[in-house]
Design a protein around this ligand. Sequence first.
Ligand code: NAP
Length: 336
Amino acid sequence: MVRFAIVGTGRISDWVLKGAVQDPRFRAVAVCSRSIDSAKAFIEKHPEAFTADAKAFDSLYEMLTCPEIDAVYVGTPNSTHRDITVKSLCSGKHVLCEKPFACSTAEVQDMIDAARANGKVLMEAMISTLNPNFRLAREKMAEIGTVRHYSSTFCQYSSKYEALKQGIVSNSFNPAMGGGALGDIGVYTTFPAVALFGAPLDVKAHLVTLPTEFGPTDVQGTAELLYPGMTVNLAYSKVVDSKLPTEICGEGGNISMDAVHICRKVEYEPHRTPTSGRGPATSTETIAEGLGHDEYFYEFEEFISVIESGRLESDINSLQVSLTNMEVMEKIRKFA
Ligand SMILES: NC(=O)c1ccc[n+]([C@@H]2O[C@H](COP(=O)([O-])OP(=O)(O)OC[C@H]3O[C@@H](n4cnc5c(N)ncnc54)[C@H](OP(=O)(O)O)[C@@H]3O)[C@@H](O)[C@H]2O)c1
């Protein structure tokens, strides 16, 4: 059993609890909000997740002195991740921190240093790579020969874009809070690419930015990552939708995922029928369809398993992947 404190009472904290409670080893014992009323209301809103004696805090410092807390889930804006994470680790708590892990490589390094110095587990809450369907796609890569190309798209029209057009800048668009499309949504394309292929030799990108009172915010982008003998194309947007799948293209066939952030369907195709229609027809094999649990279950399952095993980090969402991913994101951002 791992006793969690939840920091931040926004919608992501609501969402992750639905998955967390599906792991019987999960207990929510505390919540910290900037407002004590919000903290109390959050506990009342989630009776399925919180223990009867769960505590509400409006001070992170006070919460972190509480010995009944083993781990902290950080569900606050990106610009706050480093400080909350480092303070929590230095108080002897394990930390599961939302994506993007932080706002820069230097911040991610601070978090990793704090985890190692305190011997506590630290993991980025990146659901894509822990999704069992993504993991099956990854295993299937052994059967598609030399991988020559990877293409990943996540374009989702943001409900907060209408407000942005009226001059209301939500945290997810606010550059001063670490917002912008790359960190909010592009990270779902970069992180799996880095998890699959490691650090690229070169990065090129194009970003679309819009002005805000806090400075320009990136709302859409494309990036090319170069690897030895293979290319990677990434596209992400908070201002248009796209149904384009994510594909791993090998010399022996293709694996496609319907969506990279929450992969529900994985297909394998040995070789496509040529578009001329004159080649032999090929059959598509469905490798995986549907998910057994809520999509947020898997990050809690992995994080709790790492803690219970006595290891200090996940083999899948490793700290090296988080660091390399932030290096890639920094290189992309330079093209803004
Ligand atoms: N994994 C996913 O699917 C997913 C989805 C959406 C977002 N996210 C990530 O989750 C994080 C939060 O996103 P969000 O859209 O929920 O953000 P948000 O609504 O702007 O903030 C979340 C909560 O953080 C607290 N907060 C707000 N401003 C703060 C500040 N200046 N300092 C400290 N706490 C503050 C607030 O809770 P209190 O009022 O209780 O303090 C707020 O409700 C981000 O890192 C985002 O990238 C992940």
